[in-house]
Design a protein around this ligand. Structure first.
Ligand code: SAM
Length: 378
């Protein structure tokens, strides 16, 4: 069996070419000790389910030192506490993020040797491990809403000599301490909690992502208390913050009504059916405009497509490319909202979302298109 350090060094070479200051942290961090077991999707399972994975005896480092996300908790079941026969069907509620993305975000964060850093979303402890290696444990605070994750990470990090300050906290509420030079979040938020801006020193940086979008933003706090920055060129998608042990159930009850009922309004579909999976920019803009709409899609054998939009208030829409119709129901007209956003984005020249500017003030957080004509509230 080869030593894990060869695998870690290889990973460091692969992912730190543009961020060489993180090379030694990656090559000296035993990710396999932080992620001894994880969940993998079971191919062709219906409903979609997860199965437990442990390192393969003949290639013990292949997965833990690949630049891949390892899902460690599904619904309320952590892989550490699962049996081989468990087949959870929920959403991931914790993971060890792909190391390359952590390194890109840390490079953006650019902490100085004396800086105090808050790592939001301890998860497996991997990001805290890299930070503690580079800055020393006393400079790093890492928080997670889940007590088991915090305890497990503390014990595992200590086993290889990293001792950041770890604490159980809901990052959407108050923070332990209120004095950081850098805040990095590997869990998505919306809005950016006011406590984060209050806790950040002037000149400090925030690197985070926005719920329901793949927008990675970085912003620096100015002397006037406002943090200003940009949507970064790379995409990053993180699970959303939660306050409970699991996320609320998906909108199956709304889908039951939306699946094939006529609804209260039926009209012609104008134009082609958007592919909200492929067209991630439209999906982000729609999410920013009309938050928390769940979308589902299906393709029939003849290639025609269906798209459903579902909301917690019972509003739904269904568009069908075969009949070229749209059905809508409930208090809001979700398809009309999608068309409005699509038309506005077309009129705005399909600007790159990665060029948007970010402004995080005391009572207003905004993203603005490069030409300044479209401002979206966070
Ligand atoms: C993608 S994981 C973090 C990955 C981690 N940084 C790593 O390197 O392994 C996201 C984490 O955010 C945590 N989380 C979710 N909601 C939270 C909240 N409200 N406050 C703090 N942490 C939260 C989850 O429990 C989960 O462990």
């Amino acid at each position: 069996m080869t030593d894990w350090t060869d695998a870690a060094r290889k990973l460091a070479e692969e992912i730190t070419a543009a961020a060489p200051e993180w090379h030694d942290s990656v090559s000296s961090t035993p990710r396999h000790q932080l992620v001894p077991r994880w969940w993998e999707p079971i191919p062709d399972s219906y409903p979609f389910a997860w199965g437990l994975r442990t390192p393969q005896p003949d290639q013990p480092w292949a997965e833990t030192y690949a630049d891949e996300t390892l899902v460690t908790r599904v619904g309320s079941l952590h892989a550490d506490r699962a049996d081989l026969s468990d087949r959870p069907t929920g959403l991931p509620t914790s993971s060890s993020t792909l190391p390359g993305l952590i390194v890109r975000m840390l490079h953006l964060l650019n902490p100085g040797k004396q800086d105090r850093v808050l790592d939001v979303g301890t998860g497996s402890g991997y990001s805290a491990a890299l930070l503690a290696h580079r800055l020393g444990g006393q400079q790093v605070t890492s928080i997670d809403v889940d007590p088991y994750l915090v305890d497990a990470a503390r014990e595992r990090l200590a086993a290889f000599g990293r001792q950041p300050h770890l604490e159980v906290a809901d990052a959407t509420r108050s923070l332990p301490d209120a004095d950081y030079d850098r805040i990095i979040a590997t869990v998505s938020v919306r809005p950016i909690p006011p406590a984060w801006l209050e806790a950040l020193r002037p000149g400090g940086m925030i690197v985070t992502t926005i719920i329901g979008t793949s927008l990675l933003i970085s912003a620096q706090k100015h002397a006037d208390g406002v943090a200003r920055g940009r949507v970064q060129p790379e995409s990053a998608t993180f699970m959303r913050t939660r306050r409970e042990t699991d996320y609320p159930a998906r909108l199956d009850n709304v889908y039951d009504a939306a699946r094939d009922q006529p609804g209260t309004e039926t009209r012609q579909l104008t134009g082609t059916l958007p592919d909200l999976w492929e067209d991630w920019e439209l999906r982000c803009l729609y999410e920013l405009d009309t938050p928390d709409v769940e979308n589902r899609s299906a393709t029939r054998d003849d290639g025609s497509q269906l798209l459903w939009l579902l909301a917690t208030d019972g509003s739904w829409a269904r568009a069908d490319s075969e009949t070229m119709t749209v059905h809508q129901s409930g208090p809001r007209r979700l398809w009309d909202d999608l068309e409005r956003v699509q038309a506005r984005w077309t009129a705005a020249g399909h600007f790159p979302l990665h060029g948007m500017t970010v402004e995080l003030g005391a009572d207003r957080h905004t993203l603005t298109s490069p030409d300044g004509t479209w401002t979206l509230e966070l």
